[in-house]
Design a protein around this ligand. Structure first.
Ligand SMILES: CSCCC(=O)C(=O)COP(=O)(O)O
Ligand SMILES: [Zn+2]
Length: 242
């Protein structure tokens, strides 16, 4: 086996090359990565190499042989399949690795994200829902040094940026959200989808699932006339006003 192929061939189902392919299949059936849209990038915790999907392919049909591998220091490709270009989202994924210390980034074209981007202005907000507790607050416990999750009584805020003709044109607004929302683990792109990151692929997957659940719930609340960020008990007056 060539040294390049050794980067992507492993019997371990948790190897980044295998995990990207497995999860993209799952995400296809969630309607998150269909019609070539969306994707996943994972940083190998052992080597720190970035694993990236090719651009414009049916993500659920990818095999490890299709994947690009990038060196985290030089940002040069250690492996680049000749028949493909790397995902158009690569600059955005790299920004999340470099600025947010991400271990993995999930990009979906979730319809819940798209509809929320039409309902909300420059920020998605939802409050006082149990599932919020799956999302990190961005703060760390000073004693245990473990990340602190949002509480039931908190408001989850996710910035919304405007879509552009090409993925790489989103980079300036993405960097701005890193400054304006230092604690966020996600950015919604209006009329496009969402980027969610975490310290590991397992965490990123949990955050993505929880956020998608909350966006779906927010749409249902909005249809009922209940502001998704309303206080506990306030929903009654909104329902009564119908
Ligand atoms: C119909 S998909 C348009 C491009 C996009 O938004 C996306 O997420 C996929 O880009 P890639 O280059 O990774 O195929
Ligand atoms: Zn996209």
């Amino acid at each position: 086996m060539s040294s390049e192929d050794a980067l992507i061939h492993s019997d371990d189902p948790r190897h980044p090359a295998n995990l990207i392919c497995t999860l993209c299949k799952q995400f296809f059936y969630n309607n998150w990565c269909t019609g070539t849209g969306g994707g996943i990038s994972i940083k190998d915790p052992k080597t720190s190499h970035y694993y990236l999907a090719p651009s414009g392919v049916q993500k659920e049909q990818m095999t490890p042989d299709d994947l690009f591998v990038m060196d985290a220091q030089s940002l040069g490709y250690l492996r680049a399949p000749k028949s493909y270009k790397p995902s158009a989202c690569t600059p955005l994924f790299v920004a999340c690795y470099q600025k947010k210390d991400a271990g993995a980034i999930i990009h979906t074209h979730s319809q819940n994200a798209v509809v929320c981007s039409l309902i909300f202005g420059d920020e998605f907000r939802i409050a006082n829902i149990e599932q919020i507790k799956a999302i990190p607050s961005g703060k760390v416990d000073p004693v245990t040094k473990k990340p602190i999750a949002l509480s039931f009584f908190d408001t989850l805020r996710i910035p919304i940026i405007e879509n552009m003709a090409h993925e790489d044109e989103l980079i300036d607004d993405l960097h701005k959200t890193f400054i304006d929302y230092p604690d966020t683990c996600a950015v919604i792109v209006r009329r496009h989808g969402i980027f969610v990151w975490g310290p590991t692929i397992d965490k990123a997957k949990i955050f993505n699932e929880a956020i998608d659940y909350l966006m779906e719930l927010a749409i249902k609340m909005h249809k009922l006339g209940i502001p998704p960020d309303c206080g506990i008990g306030e929903e009654k007056k909104h329902l009564a006003g119908q």
